[in-house]
Design a protein around this ligand. Sequence first.
Ligand code: NAD
Length: 460
Amino acid sequence: MTDMSHGYADMMSALRQSFASGLTRPLDWRSGQLDALERMLKENESAISEALVADLGKPEQEILLGELSLLYSEIRHARRKLKRWSRPRRVFTPMVGQPGRSWVQPEPLGVVLIMGAWNYPVQLVLSPLIPALAAGNCVVIKPSEIAARTADLMAELIPRYLDSAAVQVVQGAVDETTALLQQRFDHVFYTGGAVVGRIVMRAAAEHLTPVTLELGGKSPAVIDAGADLESAARRLVWGKCLNAGQTCIAPDYVLVSAEQREPLVAAMRSQLDAMYGSDRLASQDYGKIINRRHFDRLRAYLDAGTVAVGGQVDETGERIEPTILVDVKPDDPVMQEEIFGPILPILTVSDLDEALGFIKAREKPLAAYFFTRSKASERRFVDQVSTGNLCINDVLMFMSVPELPFGGVGNSGMGQYHGKAGFDRLSHLKAVMKRSRFPEIPVRFPPYSDFKMKLLRWLG
Ligand code: NAD
């Protein structure tokens, strides 16, 4: 452990020197790094696919949709906006500060640690890297060891394309990460579960280092009375089956009225047939569970309620059929933790009030979904549900809008990124005021008087 820490200390001091030298400050360097990152992805799409297939059995189209497209769009957006985001931002100076000018000046933080999770092992380390570089930081990347092939590939590619004086990759599991977290960073950007999130935050607190925690949670989907069930079913099963349900913003469970439940389940069954055929476990368009531990964890959930659709497993391939559970009770194990797999419990509620009450009685989710045709219900849902992200009549698609900040609230995390939110998160927004030396209005200086007091009140 001491040896490992020592190695990290050397790496950190080299990165600090690079940062202090001003290497990462010029906008040309930053956009050059974004270009290099784009080149890295474009030139290695097939190697990336191979690694993701080995780790998660991801279908080609899901790799494009869930990993690469998002990165390409974030890179393009950051490159286009870089100048504007990094410019001083003028703010209003009130009368008492006149004559004078005030502005907010973004500056890089220093050395940022990015720790990714295994479920989107390319996207989750590289999409925070984009704002980290755009904001002019040095970066240490710690990919998840659980998606081992992808982690190895990241460690091989990144030094070949990005400036090693500013970007380093550290590989390893708990021991290495524990040692790494003893180092002083200027920001720790963590994606993963809440248990480790607490460990990360505790370690960061030793250095008063700010953290961004991109966690998970049970993201609800609510079907309103009169909703378009066909469209809701199609979108929900797609969102649940993408990456075999191992998506932090996948709909975790569905709340629906008793009358709509059967038609919804029937629509989901026919959508699953249309997407994956009758032998769903054999479908080329459907991924695998990351490892045996998660496979066993998910299989145990199949005991809850009644299996309405699916329920088969393939032990050797570590695959679980897309499964819809009905008659699930709120205190069943499947309703206690984030499912993070292709199992969708459907619970019945009497109306929207009960659905809202159910959601509000639980931890704040990372995402919430509402299927409705009613403007009034939509307004109620948007106003009343506290969640990181919210989507009406679809799932997941807010990820395609770079101007929408992404991140959790409460138990689902803290801090947001994507687009400008990411740039601001990984910058310090330095507040600057410039005063004119003349004229000097002596109202704030002693000796104090009634007249000065009145004037001060008037000036506000
Ligand atoms: P994981 O096991 O890959 O862990 C995440 C990171 O923590 C890895 O880099 C790992 O090396 C490190 N780590 C693990 N144990 C550690 C320890 N004891 N000390 C220090 N570091 C340690 O990922 P996971 O936790 O299984 O991730 C799944 C969770 O992540 C789910 O809850 C999911 O919802 C959430 N998630 C959130 C987002 C988001 O953007 N908000 C995205 C993906 C996943």
